[in-house]
Design a protein around this ligand. Structure first.
Ligand code: AMP
Length: 607
């Protein structure tokens, strides 16, 4: 195996992490620190403040969690670390990750707190003295104000996805929380972008921070055709299998993040009939070289690799690179796809990217100055066409190259004896040959594409939609107008006199219903109620859930507005009821499908 320029990435064991934390990292199968981890861990261990420009998928959670957990006193019974995150989903995800890294820290409790969950439960959990709190700003502030969360002993505060918190209208809450923390606490602020207000918060509250930005080097990869598939409803493994069916590949390298994942995925592909092998840092040099050698000789078609193991791999046969897990940064993407298109040949690179990781896609395009085109997953017809084509090729090859005299006799005897139609005999034989791989595969249940995907199919681009980035429109006026096409107007029983502001409503609904804040339409604040436009067709369960959401100490008691009558009405199951109101040409969608990012579907949220 030839090696390309060795990198100077430190090992996790060299970074000075506490032993129980290191043990958990090793168990998680992480081979080396990601770039943001390599740069953040040491300064955070020293107690420095940090300003990190990094997006989801770069490994930023471990970048702050590993060092900050290493400094925690698990015996003390007060909150020492607070992480603020913009959404309930992210809070849960971060809390789970921290829990994993802290699994060998005896006595350490991590508590996610977010709106939507009953206060009672949270109060009980807070009484168990968690040392680490991960929460959304609104609910954290609620607890601070009630005196149920005291931050007097806080050592560190992390602001995760600060630009998202700004976009969702939480930046004032974040500042209020910052003011409640002891002066000497350590602050780490992470943000994918640095808009003015985020920068101002950093300037005001961070003391001489170390600034980290993952540099993006550009390299040209002209001979490589780059495509991406947006991870939607379909499982990644199913998507990969479909791609393997129709892509014309010679040899392929599939990148995943962990050593464990290399073995798991290689096993699954083997079980599906692809000759595959893992290649990771746990394998000794001889085993790795053996795998590479087998691939070079055409005895192995797929290598499932981590970045480290694939460093410098030079196998001319590799026609395809699949980024099954997104790379940490653009540099590593460029390195990965450079495993194909060797020596001037053509290569194919496919990137799986979830909606949350979309920024990484744009960053890669910017860094490589190349467009990555969106691909659709092959459907059952594509797969059938491909199988029939391969079958025909095999047939022609066999007719050309084999002595078939004996078989002709066998078929002839059968046909005469049974007076069978020769075409029928041939069809039956084709069926038998392809029994385990039917020429007409069972139809896939196509996952419903996400809203943005549907839009992009119509306009052939997947750039942010018209309203992307724009905050929901707010009006304070009294006139309630008909909602725009595709939206419905709802009434909530919380208004100005309860202290509600538009941002409270957006936060609550975005988090509780998993509705992206940009899909929340016009909000009109009245004295003792408000109206809000939401994507039409809200499922009944979601509606019932939203009714109970608390904002400014009042439940929303959401109801569908009937614009012809001042009285609100109960929501039936919209998805079944034809809508008489003005309709756009757009297909009707259920609000939950339409508005929730797939990753958010698991849980509803609120702040
Ligand atoms: P994050 O950017 O924190 O959301 O992390 C994205 C994903 O990368 C998570 O699934 C982590 O488990 C994974 N991850 C983080 N650090 C590493 C590492 N050093 N090696 C492999 N996977 C990692």
């Amino acid at each position: 195996m030839s090696t390309e320029q060795p990198t100077s990435t430190p090992l996790f064991s060299e970074l000075g992490l506490a032993a129980p934390i290191l043990k958990a990292v090793q168990e998680a199968g992480y081979e080396t620190p990601s770039p943001i981890q390599a740069q953040s861990i040491a300064p955070l261990l020293e107690g420095r403040d940090l300003l990190g420009q990094a997006q989801t998928g770069t490994g930023k959670t471990a970048a702050f969690a590993l060092p900050l957990l290493s400094r925690i006193n698990a015996k003390a019974k007060s909150p020492q670390m607070l992480v603020l995150a913009p959404t309930r989903e992210l809070a849960i995800q971060v809390a789970e990750a921290i829990q994993t890294y802290a699994r060998h820290l005896k006595g350490l409790h991590v508590l996610p707190i977010y709106g939507g969950q009953s206060m009672g439960i949270q109060l009980r959990q807070l009484q168990r003295n968690p040392q680490v709190i991960v929460g959304t700003p609104g609910r954290v502030l609620d607890h601070i104000r009630r005196g149920t969360l005291r931050l007097g002993e806080l050592q560190s505060l992390v602001l995760d996805e600060a630009d998202e918190m700004l976009r969702m209208g939480f930046i004032d809450d974040v500042e209020t929380i910052l003011k409640e923390t002891p002066d000497e606490r350590q602050v780490a602020l992470f943000s994918a972008t640095m808009p003015g207000p985020v920068h101002r918060v950093a300037k005001r509250y961070l003391k001489d921070p170390i600034e980290i930005r993952i540099e993006t080097k550009t390299s040209t990869v002209d001979t490589i055709n780059q495509r991406y598939w947006q991870v939607t409803g379909t499982h990644k493994l199913d998507a990969l299998t479909r791609i393997l069916e129709v892509e014309d590949f010679d040899a392929m390298i599939i990148f995943v993040r962990t050593k464990n994942a290399t073995s798991e995925l290689a096993e699954k592909l083997e079980a599906r009939g692809y000759s595959s092998s893992p290649i990771n840092g746990d394998m000794n040099q001889a085993a790795r070289e053996k795998a590479v050698d087998r691939m070079k000789k055409g005895k192995l078609d797929i290598l499932v690799a981590t970045d480290v193991a694939a460093r410098g791999l030079d196998i001319p046969r590799i026609s395809h690179v699949v980024n099954y897990d997104v790379p940490y940064d653009t540099e590593s993407y460029v390195h990965r796809i450079g495993r194909t298109g060797r020596a001037g040949r053509k290569g194919e690179a496919i990137l799986f990217i979830s909606p949350r990781e979309k920024r990484m896609l744009f960053a890669i395009e910017k860094a490589t100055r190349q467009t990555i085109t969106k691909m659709q997953l092959p459907n059952s017809e594509d797969i059938a066409d491909r199988r029939v084509m391969q079958f025909n090729q095999q047939l022609s090859k066999t007719i050309e190259s084999q002595d078939l005299a004996f078989f002709q006799n066998v078929v002839n005897d059968y046909q005469q004896e049974h007076e069978a139609d020769p075409l029928e005999v041939a069809a039956a034989l084709a069926y038998l040959v392809q029994k385990s791989r039917p020429l007409k595969p069972v139809k896939h249940v196509e996952a419903r594409p996400a809203r943005r995907e549907r839009e992009s199919r119509n306009d052939n681009s997947d750039r942010p939609s018209r309203r992307e980035g724009k905050p929901p429109r707010r009006t304070n006026g009294s006139a309630i107008r008909e909602a725009e096409a595709g939206m419905q107007t709802y009434r909530v029983e919380v208004g100005r006199e309860h202290g509600a502001e538009a941002k409270n409503l957006v936060g609550a609904i975005a988090n509780e219903a998993g509705i992206d804040s940009k899909d929340i339409g016009r909000i009109s604040l009245q004295d003792n109620y408000s109206t809000i436009d939401l994507p039409e067709g809200m499922p009944k369960d979601l509606f019932q859930q939203l009714r109970k959401v608390w904002v400014c100490n009042k439940q929303l008691e959401i109801s569908l507005m009937n614009l012809n009558s001042p009285e609100p009405r109960e929501q039936g199951d919209n998805s079944e009821r034809p809508r008489k109101a003005k309709r756009s040409g757009k297909p009707r969608t259920r609000a939950r499908d339409k508005a929730r990012r797939p990753s958010q579907r698991r849980e509803a949220k609120k702040d």
